[in-house]
Design a protein around this ligand. Structure first.
Ligand SMILES: Cc1ncc(COP(=O)(O)O)c(C=O)c1O
Length: 381
């Protein structure tokens, strides 16, 4: 067979950390992995119970989501964020990553004259990858004003993400919705960190009305269910209907027991409030730990990530140093686009005791380093 000349998948970003994981693992107590944003805390017992005992495993589940799931998600959006959403305009996805990766190819089938995906310059890599997988142009933007009208005219969609991975920043969602309506471009608003908004209340683009917008929500982060794979998308009736019909034909289905568990998870806020407390504590703990190395970090406006400027702008050097002296694995910012190359992202997704261990290691390293510095009144040698 001849060598394929087309698309070759690039190395998966986090696989590029394998060497440093081994470095971090050499410290007593092993590697503390703060690279991938994968939750470590347990979901509520009632959710796990529903997963085990729903009886929903026998037949095929509805691709669009059960009525109970769609109602529970709409109820949560109204209760928690004041957004009026009709359950008929809510649909299920198998975690939001697959939807993010798939939207460009389905939109392109619908609008074959368009070929461009607009996405934030420093962001979750799957926005650009979804465009690539669809054979589309992935065009990053800084601010909405900077978007070239020629790109807007070719755009299948514009992605926004608030609170944002990796920076934790909050977007102006009303401005994004207005931009999309003005240019006739659907706006997809990835709101998977909405519950972990620290500056003001959580905000959804659905508060601007559903015309031309689709919000994505995930139970991976909200309810520590990343392993169960479930999210929902909601908004513009025509877009949600189109996407859910295409996905039905393609056989995308969230397993029945997972849909049943999600109904319980969407119905409960107490576990989310507890999780919020955990992340705030851990963000502050890690920020203080980094301070011991002289690296400045602050609690972000949202998310469970610290987005830290690397000394001298060398993110790989900081990543290596943190692995060597802190036994901690973090993500160099280039994983989220070239503009992020001077930062590292630190996900506080390990139990407090593990973060305390990192703080101790960094404190000890800082002490050693201070000991290494020759005292001015006693010059070495
Ligand atoms: C911005 C963003 N969107 C989507 C996802 C995907 O989450 P899931 O597929 O678990 O819903 C992630 C996961 O880290 C993310 O950071």
């Amino acid at each position: 067979m001849s060598d394929p000349a087309g698309f070759q998948p690039p190395p998966y970003p986090y696989d590029r950390l394998d060497d440093l994981r081994a470095v971090a693992d050499r410290l007593p107590g092993g590697c503390v992995d703060l690279s991938i944003g994968t939750p470590c805390d347990p979901p509520p017992a009632a959710v796990v119970e529903a997963l085990a005992r729903s009886g929903a495993e026998r037949g095929y589940p509805p691709s669009v989501g059960t009525p109970a799931l769609r109602e529970a998600a709409a109820g949560w959006l109204g209760r928690r964020f004041g957004a009026a959403v009709d359950p008929a305009h809510v649909a299920a996805c198998i975690g939001t990553k697959e939807l993010v990766a798939g939207v460009p190819q389905w939109l392109r089938l619908r609008s074959p004259g368009r070929d461009t995906v607009l996405y934030p310059r420093t962001s979750y890599p799957t926005y650009a990858m979804g465009a690539t997988l669809a054979g589309c142009r992935a065009v990053p933007f800084g601010t909405l004003d900077e978007i070239d009208p020629a790109d807007a005219a070719r755009a299948l969609c514009l992605w926004v993400n608030s609170p944002a991975n990796p920076s934790g920043e909050l977007d102006d969602l009303p401005a994004a919705a207005a931009w999309g309506r003005h240019h006739g471009v659907p706006v997809f608003s990835d709101e998977c960190y909405i519950e972990f908004t620290w500056r003001g209340p959580g905000r959804t683009i659905l508060s601007e009305g559903v015309d031309g917008v689709v919000a994505l929500h995930s139970l991976s982060k909200r309810s520590n269910l990343a392993g169960a794979r479930i999210g929902v998308y909601a908004g513009d009736p025509a877009l949600v209907h189109y996407l859910s019909e295409v996905r039905k034909h393609a056989g995308f289905m969230v397993p029945g027991p997972v849909q049943a568990a999600a109904v319980v998870a969407f119905g409960d806020d107490q576990h989310v409030d507890e999780q919020r407390d955990r992340y705030v504590r851990r963000l502050d703990l890690m920020a203080a730990a980094l301070g011991k190395l002289g690296v400045e970090a602050q609690r972000p406006p949202g998310t469970f990530y610290l987005w830290v400027a690397a000394p001298g702008g060398d993110a790989w050097a900081l990543t290596r140093r943190l692995a060597e002296v802190g036994g901690v694995l973090v993500s160099p910012g280039e994983f989220y686009g070239e503009a992020g190359a001077g930062h590292v992202r630190i996900a506080v997704v390990q139990p407090d005791a593990r973060l305390d261990l990192v703080a101790q290691r960094l404190g000890a390293a800082a002490g050693d380093a201070a000991g290494d510095v020759p005292h001015p009144s006693h010059p070495a040698g």
